[in-house]
Design a protein around this ligand. Structure first.
Ligand code: SF4
Length: 383
């Protein structure tokens, strides 16, 4: 295996049935022809990047967009082409994001037989009125049906997403969404706080005061409700926004938080390999045009090295609430002691009760998790 081979592969599928009101990911509606042209270009990118960075992959993640709007045959093509350059390790995790109501071309049993072994299903909320407000193209019944079909097809590792801090969402609503997932025995839950990003459909009515968001105290109460409810049900909060039953952590996303190498493929996909972070062009036509010329479809690229890279690693590691900054791993990787390098912020936040260290690792406390952005930022600027 080449030393610069990434052991995680991310594939961005840039198509969605329609645009959700809060979404600022790159995605657009796609015809069957658009999807075919995208797959042809993606195969070319796999080959180009494969020539540079071939090696075994431990994780492969289809994200989007809506990967489940592709057909089983198209997924099979991508898996087979990836396998030529990035053969999957025997116990590899192969994940796919799935939106309820988008599985018309996809056969879940066929997908499982291809080696996809983890699904991430977007629920967001269990109240149909909130799903409508978010512009989701499904209701609760469709989520339930997709979940049932996935279990029947043999998926024993299923994650679901929920969002809190929604307009008109009460604590009771949020508790109901969480309990719906717990009662469904989902294996992993991602809980995100609503971020209203500029130029998304939700942005203008919120800015104009036509839609009111919960205040900060309510959002914190929802975060704490999610944390306490899921913990009590046996899910560990292994990352700020992610909860898993034992052994069901998302191994692909762990690579991001550990600042490890991964390859990004597809329009708008980001990758980090050989010390370089790149982002592909967020334009499917341009992506196809560049690959037609046998050019890598890169939109931007930056070299990460030295202290800046180490600080980023420390900052990301704080998201991992059990693992935190692992002193020995950091020393082996960089030849520096994080307890020395970040002595000032560690002292400041320990005194404030936001982080704790037993000498082997530095982790956020429950209080620190509420202020994670501030704590993390201080590691980035630490001299
Ligand atoms: S399904 Fe996901 S990627 Fe597509 S518009 Fe909705 S939030 Fe965005």
């Amino acid at each position: 295996m080449k030393s610069n081979c990434p052991r995680g592969v991310y594939v961005h599928v840039p198509f969605c049935l329609s645009k959700c009101a809060y979404c600022d990911f790159y995605s657009c509606p796609g015809s069957e022809t658009d999807k075919e042209r995208y797959i042809v270009a993606l195969v070319k990118e796999i080959a180009l990047r494969g020539e540079l960075h071939a090696g075994h992959a431990e994780t492969l993640f289809f994200g989007g967009g809506t990967p489940s709007c592709l057909s089983t045959e198209q997924i099979a093509t991508v898996l087979s082409e990836c396998g030529r350059y990035f053969p999957l390790s025997p116990n590899a995790e192969v994940s796919m994001e799935v939106n309820p109501g988008t599985l018309s071309g996809l056969d879940l049993s066929g997908l499982h037989a291809l080696g996809v072994n983890r699904l991430s299903i977007g629920l967001q909320a269990s109240q149909d009125r909130l799903l409508t407000l978010l512009g989701r193209s499904h209701n609760l019944a469709m989520f339930n049906e997709t979940f049932r079909e996935a279990r029947q097809a043999g998926f024993d590792n299923i994650s679901a997403d929920v969002i809190y801090g929604l307009p008109g969402q009460s604590l009771t609503d949020y508790a109901e969404s969480l309990h719906h997932l717990i009662d469904s025995a989902v294996d992993h839950v991602s809980c995100y706080s609503l971020q209203v990003e500029p130029e998304t459909p939700l942005w203008h009515p919120v800015m104009a005061g036509e839609i009111e968001l919960p205040d900060d105290d309510e959002v914190v109460a929802m975060y704490e409700l999610g944390r306490d409810t899921l913990r009590a049900a046996g899910y560990e909060q292994y990352e700020l926004s992610n909860f898993a039953r034992p052994g069901k952590e998302c191994r692909h996303n762990l690579k991001y938080w550990r600042n490890e190498q991964y390859l990004g493929l597809g329009p708008a996909a980001a990758g980090f390999v050989s010390g370089r972070r790149y982002v592909n062009v967020a334009d499917t036509e341009e992506y196809i045009r560049l690959l037609d010329q046998s050019s890598l479809p890169v939109g931007s690229c930056e070299m990460l090295s030295g202290k800046a890279h180490r600080a980023e690693t420390a900052m990301l590691a704080l998201r991992l609430l059990r693992e935190g900054i692992d002193r020995d791993a950091y020393r082996r990787r960089y030849g520096h002691d994080p307890l020395v390098e970040y002595a000032d912020p560690i002292k400041e936040w320990t005194e404030a009760g936001m982080i704790e260290s037993d000498g082997t690792r530095v982790v956020l406390t429950d209080l620190g998790a509420l202020w994670a952005n501030r704590v993390q930022a201080s590691f980035l600027v630490s001299p």
